[in-house]
Design a binder for this molecule. Sequence first.
Ligand code: SF4
Length: 366
Amino acid sequence: MKRSALYIHIPFCLDICSYCDFCKFYYDDNYANKYLESLDREVSSFYKKDLMKSIYIGGGTPSCLSPTNLERLFSITKKIKLLPQYEFTFECNIKDISEELLKILKANRVNRISIGIETINEKFYEFLNRYNDKKEIKTKIALVKKYFTNINIDLMYGFPNESIDDLKKDLDFFKELDVPHISIYSLIIEENTKLFIQKIKPLAEEIESDMYYYIIKYLKELGYVHYEISNFSKEGYQSIHNLTYWNNEEYYGFGLSSGGYVDGIRYTNTRSLNNYLKGNYRLEEEKINLHTNMENEMILGLRKIEGVNKKHFLKKFCSNVEDIFDIIEMINENWLQDKDGYISIVEDKLYLSNHILVNFIGGVNE
Ligand code: SF4
């Protein structure tokens, strides 16, 4: 199977958010330098010179790299071949955005910027250990628009004691920013985070569910297409990179803690910086058998609002999806629907998607 996307993880941040369980460290120029040397070796060893439709540089905070280390990073990405219609995303922290940074990105084939704003509600800043300045956000987004049209911003919701009114203020602000792509995340209290240690209780599910549907309605009214459980875009701005994952296609993952899917093997890289610097990149590998591949096709594909294309499933696996999984039962229970050649999750069950998707694990009919 052909790989068509490539992810690179940059595990450094200037500040650490209280909810974050990503693999990251405080930025240190010397470590960043060594990290990029090891990343270069990893890419050189595993990238098979195939043409990519997407590169995504995430983290961590890739934008916190010094200009010299950015140069090193782009000397690595220069080796990656791209199709003429490519997407190249670079994650930025709003504070790092400058004319100089944007020029460097533009000169190095980047054509999509993703910015984690999360909230502009001051009462949550200390709780999240994430501080925003509304004026700065507006100025910086205007600056990004001078260089790029394809921009994503992240919205977070579901903070303890957050009300729909609070959420509306964030959405009103996001509306003013007028960017073509918005990703939303509810706050999850993950183990190994400050919030977990502080024993913070998550928001009640009913309130969080109301918030989720409030966001959908709000963004749809603004003309955004809800194309994946947590993603919204203006026409033509769907994330090519993330669609690779949801379409169960192969991709490379490079860098600390990255995951990839290459030649039928799903792998995860080490989270140990020490091991990574020594060149011990891989932590786990799993050969994907036919059953697991069909399960992944459903679990990933049903994240898309349009759902799983039945003809495509038949072509890929030489079997009808209804013969492989107990779809009919889930349709009768009004969890799924069979519409226009696609199996998809019913809209009012999207919030419960995890409970639905879990049915596909080990769900292949023998
Ligand atoms: S959420 Fe992003 S910026 Fe915050 S610590 Fe995690 S990776 Fe760094």
